[in-house]
Design a protein around this ligand. Structure first.
Ligand SMILES: [Zn+2]
Length: 511
């Protein structure tokens, strides 16, 4: 977070510094959020909001008034939403900003959007198209009439792509007219119309007039309703090249969407030249990215979607030159060039959706997911980024997850078996050792017994030098004791007998 010196610095300078910071750090939006205890300034960088500075509550009013003033808003009005714009040169760079003020329960919230179309001015080749896709786009632009649609969600970089295409077409032999809401970037040599529905100037009414202005190329900011869709298609089949955007997820749903907007099948099949679907992912910082091994799940995705074995992918690290390992954003694209076969299918009233899907995603179309995975392999973005941006086909994902689980289970089983094998090995070794020990014991006992027996048998005068000499086996000791006992018993008896005899003798003597 940045600390601004609200006590000593004029508010004019502080606002300038905030805008300069946003521009230098390629922020797309600046948020001035009124909160209970302060105002929080946040900036959106590479698609993520980050806290920028805290403004003491007592300076909040001054700050919002200054922003509203340079945006040419009514500074005395705080109860209703307002729109404004700031145009200026910041740090030598021409900057367009769109400003919006919204009354909330904590005060007025202001959002400044920084419009930076410098990437559109660099041209199509800087938008991250795979070479095959770039060729397809160029082929679409070479056809003098028809519709080229750019699709994607809000904030997917659709305007940048359409402006880049417009730049390619912007030559002196073409009359180019745009109808936009609002006009996002002023382009030299192009007639741009800003729709204003408050006074009845809608996309549809503007388009009707534009068609009488002898245009070659028409840019329609966005196709939102069926009236605009139908005029666009009619303009395309009457010799104009129409560029437009539509809010859908992919090529297939775009065709379905247009049919839902009551555009006639045969007209659409004739008019449509191509569809570019896109999403944005954060670009890995080239200064600090590093390789890591792919996970089992990622490996399966790469192999089933691209048919490639990918052992390593890049991951973000973070350095002073980037935001947490990322710098800027890259478009992930799916480019569909409408072939004669596709035209035939689209115009077929009895067309099955699955057939169209098959035809759209034939081997020649790189899907959004394939494009994204290729960009992960190329080290331009990460697996996590594209996972966030692109829907991985649900069925496919389920299958892959099951496979991974199966693989893990098998691995665990295999590891268990290995452990069991190891135990078995140790056990059989132990058994062998025990039987060896038993054998040794047996041998030792036998040899001791033999030696003892020998000694016994050779007692009659033959001297034997033996290691076991003098050692008596335990079993024999017992026998000896028995013998000793027996002998001692016999002695007792003898003694008794003797004493008896002595007593008898004494008695006899007495008599
Ligand atoms: Zn970095």
């Amino acid at each position: 977070m940045i600390e601004y010196d609200f006590v000593n610095m004029p508010i004019v300078d502080i606002v300038n510094r905030i805008i300069l910071y946003a521009s230098q750090h390629r922020a797309s939006d600046i948020h001035f959020d009124p909160r209970e205890d302060c105002m929080m300034i946040r900036m959106r960088m590479d698609g993520r909001l980050k806290d920028h500075a805290r403004v003491p509550k007592m300076y909040e009013k001054n700050l919002t008034t200054r922003v509203k003033l340079i945006s040419k808003m009514n500074i005395t009005e705080t109860r209703i939403p307002q729109d404004g714009a700031i145009k200026g040169v910041v740090d030598g760079k021409e900057l367009d900003m769109r400003v919006s003020a919204l009354p909330t329960n904590e005060g007025e919230k202001i959002v400044v959007r920084l419009l930076d179309y410098s990437s559109s001015l660099e041209g199509l080749s800087f938008l991250g198209f795979l070479p095959k896709n770039l060729k397809k786009v160029q082929r679409m632009l070479d056809i003098p009439n028809g519709i080229i649609l750019v699709t994607g969600a809000t904030g997917s970089g659709k305007s940048t792509t359409t402006y880049s295409m417009l730049q390619e077409l912007n030559t002196e032999d073409r009359n180019i007219i745009t109808v936009e809401d609002p006009v996002e970037m002023n382009i030299e040599g192009i007639n741009q119309v800003h729709v204003n529905s408050d006074i009845g100037l809608t996309f549809a009414t503007a388009l009707r007039s534009i068609l009488r202005q002898d245009p070659n190329v028409i840019l329609i900011g966005e196709i939102r309703d069926s009236e605009t869709a139908q005029i666009a298609v009619r303009a395309a089949i009457t010799g104009h090249l129409v560029l437009s955007t539509i809010h859908t997820n992919n090529s297939l749903s775009t065709i379905e969407r247009l049919l839902d907007m009551d555009v006639e099948r045969y007209l659409l099949s004739t008019a449509l030249n191509g569809i570019i679907s896109q999403k944005l992912a954060r670009t890995l910082c080239p200064d600090c990215k590093r390789l890591r091994p792919t996970t089992s799940y990622e490996k399966q995705i790469f192999s089933s979607i691209l048919g490639k074995d990918v052992e390593e992918v890049y991951e973000p690290v973070g350095c002073p030159n980037c935001n947490g390992g990322f710098r800027g954003r890259i478009a992930l694209q799916e480019v569909l060039f409408i072939t004669d076969r596709l035209r035939e299918l689209i115009s077929d009233e009895n067309l099955d959706k699955e057939d169209l899907k098959k035809a759209v995603y034939d081997s020649d179309t790189t899907t959004l997911l394939q494009d994204a995975l290729q960009k992960v392999i190329d080290g331009r973005t990460t697996f996590k980024e594209i996972y966030r941006a692109v829907d991985i086909d649900f069925d496919l994902e389920k299958k892959i997850r099951q496979n991974v689980r199966k693989e893990e289970r098998e691995k665990a089983r295999f590891e268990k078996l290995e452990v069991i094998d190891a135990y078995d090995g140790i056990l059989s070794n132990l058994k062998e050792m025990i039987s060896d020990i038993k054998e040794i014991k047996k041998q030792a006992k036998l040899s001791v017994e033999n030696k003892y027996k020998k000694k016994k048998t050779d007692e009659n005068g033959i001297e034997i030098i033996d290691a076991f000499e003098g050692v008596t086996p335990p079993s024999m000791k017992k026998e000896n004791k028995k013998e000793e006992k027996e002998s001692s018993l016999k002695d007792d008896e003898k003694r008794k007998e003797n004493s008896n005899e002595k007593e008898k003798k004494k008695e006899k003597e007495k008599k």
